[in-house]
Design a protein around this ligand. Structure first.
Ligand SMILES: NC(=O)c1ccc[n+]([C@@H]2O[C@H](COP(=O)([O-])OP(=O)(O)OC[C@H]3O[C@@H](n4cnc5c(N)ncnc54)[C@H](OP(=O)(O)O)[C@@H]3O)[C@@H](O)[C@H]2O)c1
Length: 286
C-alpha cells in the first residue's frame, strides 16, 4: 500500500514536471509562432520613439511597416532591420489624408493584416504665449498629432475589425493630461489623443481590439530640435542637468503593452524620468 502511494506520488510529481516543461516549451513555441506572424505599422519611425520601437520590434520578430516623411532614413532602417524581419516602408505625411489613403490602401493584401498599430508620428512646434503663437505651428500640431492619427486609424481599424483582433498604441504625452503655459496648442492636441484613445477603446473592445494610451514625460529625441526649429542650444537646454528618458525606455513600454496575454489590456501608461514629477517640474541637480 505504502509503495503504491509512494509510486503514485513520484509518478505524479514526475508527470507534473514533464507537463510543466512541455507547457513551457509549448508556450515558447507559441510565442515564437505568434511573434513571427505579427505585423506592426509604426508611424514616425524615422527617429526617436518610433525608430527605437521599430528596432525593438524587429529583435522580437515582429514584421514591420515603417512610415515617416524622410525616405533616406526609412531606407537605412529597412537595410538594418531586413535581415531580422520582413520590412515594408511607406513615405507619407500623416497630415495629408490623400497621401495616407493612397499609401496605406496601396499595400499588398498580406501587409494589410496589421496586428499592431503604433500611432506615434507627431510632435511640438513652437513654445510661445498664445498671443505670440504662430498659426502655422498650431495647424501643424493639430494636423499631425490629431488629424494624422485619425487618418491613419481610419484606414487601418476596419482591417482589424474584419479580423476581430488588433492592438492600437497611441502616443500621447503628459502634455495631454496637464496643460502648461506656452504650450496650450500642443497640450490641446495631446488631450485630443487622450480622448481619442478612450473613445477608440469604448468602440473597439467589442471587436476584440485593445487600445493603449502611452503618455511620456521628457524623452531626449529630436522632439525639442523640431519644437525649436533646429535651435540646438534651446533644444539641449530642455535636457540639461537631469537624466531624461531615452527613446528605448518608451519602446520598452510599448513592447510590454503588445506582449501582454490576450486577456490583458494596458489602458494607460504615464512614464516620467526619475527626476520629473509633473509636466513642468523637473529636479535639475546633476
Ligand atoms: N520626446 C518627448 O519628450 C515626448 C514626450 C511626450 C510625447 N512625445 C510624443 O512622442 C511622439 C514621437 O516623438 P519623438 O520624441 O520620438 O520625436 P522625434 O524624434 O522628432 O520623432 C517624431 C517622428 O514623427 C514623424 N513625423 C512628424 N510629423 C510627421 C508628419 N507630418 N508625417 C509623418 N511623420 C511625421 C517624424 O518623421 P519625419 O520627420 O521623417 O516625417 C519622426 O519620425 C510624438 O507624438 C511626440 O509628441 C514625445
Amino acid at each position: 500500500m505504502i509503495t503504491h502511494i509512494g509510486f503514485f506520488m513520484l509518478s505524479e510529481k514526475f508527470g507534473r514536471k514533464i507537463g510543466y516543461c512541455y507547457q513551457k516549451e509549448l508556450n515558447f513555441l507559441f510565442k515564437i509562432f505568434i511573434d513571427m506572424k505579427r505585423i506592426a505599422l509604426i508611424t514616425g519611425a524615422t527617429s526617436g520613439i518610433g525608430e527605437a520601437t521599430a528596432k525593438l520590434f524587429a529583435k522580437n520578430k515582429i514584421n514591420l511597416i515603417l512610415c515617416g516623411r524622410r525616405k533616406e532614413r526609412l531606407n537605412a532602417l529597412m537595410s538594418e532591420l531586413s535581415p531580422m524581419v520582413k520590412v515594408r516602408i511607406l513615405s507619407f505625411d500623416v497630415g495629408d489624408n490623400i497621401q495616407v489613403n493612397k499609401k496605406l490602401n496601396g499595400l499588398e493584401e498580406e501587409w494589410k493584416n496589421i496586428d499592431i498599430l503604433v500611432n506615434n508620428a507627431g510632435g511640438a512646434h513652437g513654445l510661445e504665449q498664445f498671443i505670440d503663437g504662430s498659426i502655422e505651428d498650431w495647424e501643424k500640431m493639430i494636423d499631425y498629432n490629431v488629424k494624422g492619427l485619425l487618418y491613419v486609424s481610419k484606414v487601418v481599424i476596419p482591417w482589424m475589425v474584419k479580423r476581430k483582433k488588433g492592438q492600437i498604441i497611441n502616443i500621447s504625452s503628459i502634455a495631454g493630461k496637464q496643460t502648461y503655459s506656452n504650450g496650450m496648442v500642443y497640450c490641446a492636441s495631446k488631450s485630443g489623443v487622450e480622448a481619442i484613445s478612450k473613445g477608440m477603446r469604448l468602440e473597439l473592445v467589442p471587436h476584440g481590439i485593445r487600445v493603449s494610451n502611452i503618455a511620456p514625460g521628457a524623452v531626449d529625441t529630436e522632439f525639442s530640435m523640431v519644437r525649436f526649429k533646429g535651435d540646438k542650444e534651446k533644444a539641449d537646454k530642455v535636457y540639461k542637468n537631469f537624466q531624461p528618458l531615452i527613446a528605448q525606455d518608451i519602446a520598452d513600454c510599448i513592447l510590454y503593452c503588445v506582449n501582454v496575454p490576450p486577456h490583458v489590456q494596458i489602458a494607460d501608461m504615464t512614464i516620467f524620468p526619475a527626476a520629473q514629477s509633473d509636466a513642468t517640474t523637473i529636479s535639475r541637480t546633476i
